[in-house]
Design a protein. Structure first.
Length: 163
């Protein structure tokens, strides 16, 4: 099994697991390797160090066990901590968590989003969380009517069952 660190053209980083380096090359050449966030097929391999499992080996002194862990100042790598930058991997994980939460807690109304948002706003339909597609003009019209909406791009990976 080969595990590669990969990134798309938008610098979304993720791991890819392949039976061999040749499997990766074959799938990449056929456009089958895609970013789980944006579905881009413009993928590149990132440099990575081999993982060595040395039983009984200790972590080197003076090095935190993982990025964002508590350091000498007592700050943590959690979002919102004063003066601590958010690790891009943590930001991506938070984005995916929010996207999953939206998918799990809303109804997909597709292209009928603007129509259904109005029906809910004017009490013609039961109140509930919805998601769908609206043009920029439709979104402006909804805002003018006092109907709050926001754009949130859902990754293609959430539109299919997870294996």
């Amino acid at each position: 099994m080969k595990v590669f660190n990969l990134a798309c053209e938008h610098d979304h980083r993720f791991e890819g697991w392949f039976g061999s380096a040749e499997d990766y090359d074959s799938q990449h050449a056929r456009g089958l390797v895609e970013c789980p966030v944006c579905a881009s097929t413009g993928i590149r391999k990132l440099p990575s160090a081999p993982r060595l499992n040395l039983s009984g080996a200790a972590e080197p002194a003076g090095r935190p066990s993982r990025p964002g862990s508590s350091g000498p100042s007592g700050t943590s790598g959690s979002p919102g901590a004063a003066g601590v930058p958010l690790d891009p991997r943590a930001a991506q994980a938070l984005f995916l968590k929010m996207a999953r939460n939206i998918v799990e807690n809303t109804e997909d109304v597709g292209d009928r989003f603007a129509e259904e948002a109005r029906r809910i706003h004017y009490n013609e339909s039961p109140e509930r969380g919805i998601r769908g597609v609206a043009s920029p003009d439709e979104a402006r019209e909804l805002a003018d009517e006092g109907i709050e909406v926001f754009a949130f791009p859902l990754p293609a990976v959430l539109k299919e069952p997870v294996q």
